[in-house]
Design a protein around this ligand. Sequence first.
Ligand code: FES
Length: 169
Amino acid sequence: MASDKDIDPNRRDFLGKATAAVGAVGVGGACWPFISSMNPSKDVKAKATSLVDLGSIPKGKTHTVEWQGKPVFVVHRTDEMIADMDDSSTKLDPQDDKDRVQKPEWLVVLGVCTHLGCVPNRTDKGWNCPCHGSVYDNSGRVVRGPAPTNLIVPHYEFIDEKKIIIGKA
Ligand code: FES
């Protein structure tokens, strides 16, 4: 009868590692259906994006669209609004206007105050938050707190001259 002393230690290591590897593959295979079921469905992926027809937004007007359950402000900025952008007046969260837009005449920002999440009201100069008085300019940059940061620019793409898609497909 073979004792532990008779077993080659290298062979024992190999058997241990092989058993562990087979076990890991088995656990991975068993988990795969559960992990796969957590991927978003086609319905959910479709709601992850919002298509916006820019042709229906006159110059100087703002349309609010819903994206992932949140409001998004799409502003068709006038030449005056664009010329009015003063990059030095945004000291709370400094960012140049040109870094917040893909085309100067279109501003796209989340309509969610970065203080505590209220929906700011539109004004000629930008937005005022009704909750605690934060003020944003026509680039969505905070010019008066308590909001600590600018309105968020979501991911969006121009799919042609008159349409954007917000979010990633
Ligand atoms: S939530 Fe907008 S200022 Fe507080």
